[in-house]
Design a binder for this molecule. Structure first.
Ligand code: GSH
Length: 211
């Protein structure tokens, strides 16, 4: 299978880490989002939404959306389980994963997209046409990230990982969110968030974090 990927972007990294945790091999095809190669005819013929990650199976099936790709991989390679093992852990991980996405990743994306000069007329990701960036959204995204860090810090004060005592997709989403926020969006982990720092050092030391 082929993964259409960009090492510059947080969502494709979520899939790379997920694959690395499972030890799954695939062909990696880099698409340069900054140059707009995701909007070229050749990529749009694979994914008309122009978004990464996109997985193409050997039989030609195209799967987009990070979590859909991860669900497919989990079905094909159940161990180690990253989406939960029973009704309660599956529900808890799903909820925490969505908290990381909606409260963190979307905030970091707003902060970056609406302040990066190269995206001044690419205010929305993918094949959305020309959409002006809104500087106020960058500010709102930064403030939301600060709230996100505080809430994650409180949650991590009594658990090893984002969704409890086992590493899961929720940790992958949080790690990719934070590394993207600290780098591209320039909103690093606040000094007082010692639980987030402890957790970040821990998950960053896993070999999969190199992916
Ligand atoms: N909900 C989608 C979001 C995908 C997405 O926004 N991907 C970004 C990279 S992180 C992208 O392809 N951006 C293309 C662009 O900025 O034009 C998913 O999780 O797969």
């Amino acid at each position: 299978m082929k993964l259409y990927d960009s090492t510059l972007a947080p969502n494709p990294r979520r899939v790379r880490i997920f694959m690395a945790e499972k030890g799954v091999d695939y062909e990696n095809i880099q698409i340069d989002i900054i140059k707009g190669d995701n909007l070229n005819e050749s990529f749009l013929s694979i994914n008309p939404r122009g978004l990464l990650p996109t997985l193409v199976l050997d039989d030609g099936t195209v799967i987009d959306e990070t979590v859909a790709i991860c669900r497919y991989i989990e079905e094909m390679h159940p161990e180690p389980a990253l989406l939960g093992t029973d009704a309660i852990s599956k529900a808890t991980i799903e909820a925490r994963q969505r908290h990381m996405e909606f409260d963190g990743l979307l905030a970091a994306a707003d902060a970056f997209r609406n302040s990066f000069p190269g995206f001044s007329s690419r205010g929305l990701a993918g094949n959305a046409g020309s959409v002006e960036a809104i500087p106020a959204l960058a500010e709102r995204g930064k403030n939301a990230m600060v709230r996100f860090y505080a809430s994650l810090d409180a949650a991590l004060s009594n658990s090893a990982f984002v969704a409890g005592e086992a590493f899961s997709i929720a940790d992958i989403t949080a790690l990719c969110t934070i590394d993207f926020a600290a780098g591209a969006a320039r909103v690093p982990i606040p000094d007082q968030c010692s639980n987030v720092k402890r957790w970040h050092a821990d998950v960053s030391s896993r070999p999969s974090a190199e992916a």
